[in-house]
Design a protein around this ligand. Structure first.
Ligand code: SF4
Length: 286
């Protein structure tokens, strides 16, 4: 039996070929492709392929369409070592990972989601209850707050990449343990390497500790540190900021600095590539 994702991809390609043969216009092709949807038989997520060939997933219980890739289309038989994986291969590996005890309590792993060619990457701690069910990072109240913070600086959630330091939910939302952080580390490192964001924003203690060991978030929040060709900016976790009015004010203020920090990082990257060249415009795929 043909895999439904393979069949769906073929159906979309057939519409595109009709357009190429002049049987339908580009507008008709785009409309037809946007109406084509596939419901994942295992999880109930809805999938679509954009006219440009980009996969999007709408998780069960969510209204948002996020860039993603169906794991059914990843060749599970030939996964390379993590440092050589691409993003879909990392997702597949994470969904099947049993490296640490967190695998035994998860409903679904949460590899991370968003624009793989973004300027900004946000790194949180670990999935909570809703994240564990939707296989998405930052849903629920903290996710809505994060989206509002992004909107306030002119970004949509789909334009950034969001991941966590551990990809499976710790029981009762407890802190991730050192051995769990170590076990999960190379997935995140490979994601950062592939996405190569100009700015990384750490959200909360555990992602901050990757770059600012021993530091206190209340002392260093919002203060960028240059690491190689990018800036690392520590911030309060949105869930914590929702509980503390002073931290809420702080995270709003820290977010307001991000566009200028992206421009600063773009400028020093451009300077390195081509001394004296202007900074590249922000890449926006959506
Ligand atoms: S938390 Fe990370 S290392 Fe642990 S099982 Fe999940 S994906 Fe694997």
């Amino acid at each position: 039996m043909t895999n439904p994702f393979v069949q769906f991809q073929a159906d979309v390609e057939a519409v595109t070929e009709r357009c190429a043969r002049g049987e339908i216009s580009e507008a008709e092709r785009d409309a037809a492709v946007r109406q084509m949807k596939l419901v994942d038989p295992q999880w109930g997520d809805t999938w679509m392929l954009s006219p440009k060939g980009q996969w999007f997933r709408q998780a069960t219980g969510s209204k948002q369409w996020m860039p993603d890739y169906p794991l059914d289309l990843v060749d599970a038989a030939s996964l390379p070592p993590v440092p050589q994986m691409d993003l879909p291969q990392i997702s597949l590996a994470v969904h099947h990972c049993t490296r640490c005890p967190l695998h035994s309590g998860r409903t679904r792993a949460v590899p991370g989601e968003g624009n793989p060619r973004t300027d900004m990457m946000f790194i949180g701690e670990g999935p909570g209850f809703h994240e564990d069910r939707q296989a998405r990072p930052f849903v629920g109240a903290s996710g809505k707050f994060l989206e509002q913070l992004l909107t306030d600086i002119g970004y949509r959630r789909q334009e950034v990449f969001i991941a966590n330091v551990v990809k499976c939910r710790p029981p009762n939302n407890r802190d991730p343990q050192p051995e769990e952080l170590d076990a999960c580390r190379d997935y995140l490192e490979r994601q950062i390497e592939l996405i190569d964001p100009k700015v990384i924003v750490t959200l909360g203690r555990f992602s901050m500790a990757r770059y600012f060991p021993g530091a206190s978030i209340s002392k260093i929040h919002g203060q960028p540190k240059r690491e190689g060709n990018r800036l690392i900016v520590p911030m309060f976790h949105p869930a914590a900021a929702l509980r503390n009015p002073a931290w809420r004010t702080a995270i709003i203020d820290d977010f307001s600095k991000l566009p200028a920090l992206v421009a600063e990082a773009a400028a020093f990257r451009a300077e390195k590539d081509e001394p004296g060249a202007p900074a590249a415009d922000q890449l926006n795929l959506f």
